[in-house]
Design a protein around this ligand. Sequence first.
Ligand code: AMP
Ligand code: MG
Length: 490
Amino acid sequence: MIFPFYDNSYARLPSVFHASVAPTPVAAPRLVKLNAALARELGLDLDSLASPEGLEVLAGNRVPDLAEPIASAYAGHQFGYFNPELGDGRAILLGEIMTPAGERRDIQLKGSGMTPFSRRGDGRAALGPVLREYIVSEAMFALGVPTTRSLAAVTTGEWVYREGALPGGVLTRVAASHIRVGTFQYFAARSEIEALRLLTDHVIARHYPELAEAPHSPAALLAAVVERQAKLVAQWVLVGFIHGVMNTDNMTISGETIDYGPCAFMEAYDARTVFSSIDTQGRYAYANQASIAQWNLARLGECLTVLMGDGEETAGLIKAALSSFRDHFQSAYLGGLRRKLGLHEDRAEDGALVLDLFQRMTANKADFTLTFRKLCDAAQSEAADAQVASLFADPSSFAGFAEKWRARMASEGMAGEERARAMRQVNPAFIPRNHRIAAVIDAAETRDDFEPFHKLCAILERPYEDQPESAEFMLPATPEERVTRTFCGT
Ligand code: AMP
Ligand code: MG
């Protein structure tokens, strides 16, 4: 059996939650990549997945046994404006499996044809965004950031029409669930209180079972989601990730990163960095991500308030849950920065030390990832300082920080080698740099060449290891290579 669907719990929810719809077959599917490690983790049979029938399923040409394909309903605030009806317009949930570790996982096809939620869209995905989501989601997983996963990518043998004609693709996405802040908003906006209650119970049973007996469970759920999202966004910021479209429909309740559209990793450090071509106001800039997450969670809080009644007690509980974001975020972020700098003790003055480094990096356009990776060597031997300094437009700027940093390290007493080893586990050497992704997509689109894609995926599987044979993949884009804006390209 290709997918041992066993208990499609979301499909069993009432019909307001979703629409039954089968994927639309494509002309000439071809497998680009199957994620063997993920398939094993999910307990799937690799041979069946890689078989001709497996390919048919991954392309949406065959509905596998026991699947109950649905498109789910959701709403969402997009760039601050509420849209009461979004939903899966180009994604179809095939069903849910249980992993050998006893975890429930959604199996979803993205780009698999029209659904009742497609509005004016064609229900399809271009191959480029499929490859981008595959690369970045798997890179995030390898970096240790909670995320949806990519099980497979296929080409469809059909064109999709965007700015021009582009080859089509289908991604098989795996997630703990695809329930979003926007799913709650969908029912709250329609005053479907019973559905909202069912959704809340479903989410607690599925993602927060420890809250099953909690008093004021909607507020307890909010507090738990706030905690996961605060920690998630801290992890994004610590690896330089910019999501790009943090609309409420792109924020999961499970705490997984979802929907890799116009996302990118920051290169030269600048807290104001924006990538998305559609984010003209900089709403989703690098340093805005924590406050936007809070704003989105406040929208979730409004939905959950509906279940608890409008009293003062409810307002107090919801407010407390929302305001816990700041502490969770700050402690995850500062703790993470300390680890990135090789510091162990928690000291009040560390914030100022970090700020000093960031100011110097911003003024000198120092690459975020490389600076921290090279700091690992510098922690071990001062001789490596020159390598860090060379990343700064004015190399002498680094010395002012280095002196304070060394004094701070010395006050803790720990062998340099041990410190450097710990730092290398949190400061990646390899991230999915935008110009590399662009080159992969270009080779696939224009030459039908997937070698660069496979190579990039392989490098990004081991982001914390030095890979001298691929050293050029550590480097930021040259001015000619730089991709200044990434497009949704949906
Ligand atoms: P996203 O930008 O992927 O978060 O999508 C936002 C909304 O637009 C979701 O409801 C999607 O299902 C829908 N959407 C995006 N692209 C398409 C498409 N090509 N066809 C139909 N719906 C789409
Ligand atoms: Mg989305």
